[in-house]
Write a protein that binds this ligand. Structure first.
Ligand SMILES: [Zn+2]
Ligand SMILES: [Zn+2]
Length: 108
């Protein structure tokens, strides 16, 4: 006894195709975006992110007093232990944004 009819089979096929399309869509999008970017030429300064991470606060938007040049690992350790060394201050260089707009490609 064959329970699978032609329409069920077709439905299954379409379902599988749709599923594949759903899974593949972001990859296809990414592929086209990537090929588009390479054909347009990536921004050398920011890689088309349109922003550059602030070197002073390393993209966090805030700096610890007197800890600007401290080793990251030590700061991270302090963070993990929950004992913040020094107080957090908004970064002056980037106005606490953590990044700058890329002067090459983010013009309005
Ligand atoms: Zn740029
Ligand atoms: Zn900054």
């Amino acid at each position: 006894m064959d329970n699978i009819t032609a329409s069920e089979l077709a439905g299954f096929g379409v379902g599988t195709l749709l599923l594949c399309a759903t899974i593949a869509a972001p990859k296809i999008d990414a592929f086209f975006a990537a090929s588009q970017r390479s054909s347009l030429g990536l921004c050398k300064r920011c890689g088309n992110l349109r922003r550059i991470a602030c070197t002073r606060c390393r993209g966090t938007g805030s700096v610890r007093e007197g800890a600007i040049f401290a080793i990251n690992l030590v700061e991270d350790l302090y963070d993990t232990l929950g004992s913040k060394s020094g107080k957090q201050e908004p970064c002056i260089k980037c106005q606490a944004k953590g990044y700058f707009l890329c002067p090459d490609c983010s013009r309005p």
